[in-house]
Design a protein. Structure first.
Length: 71
């Protein structure tokens, strides 16, 4: 099994802070599947740059408020 990507995120925390938005609803809003959101939250998948910006825009925060790079 490959090591997790060197990117951490606050997606689950932000979803919960904004009224427990479902993973499916966030996925629909940014154009990815619920399974993609799950993988991002678990640190098993790093989103594309476009998806990262869409997630940040959805929560009305900066990309670096959602994602951190540990390289």
């Amino acid at each position: 099994m490959p090591p997790p990507p060197p990117i951490s995120n606050r997606v689950r925390e932000l979803r919960e802070a904004q009224g427990n938005i479902s993973q499916a609803a966030l996925g629909d809003a940014i154009g990815v599947t619920r399974h993609t959101i799950i993988a991002i939250e678990q640190g098993k998948y790093s989103p594309s740059l476009e998806s990262a910006f869409r997630i940040a825009r959805f929560f009305q925060v900066g990309v670096e408020d959602v994602f951190s790079w540990h390289g």
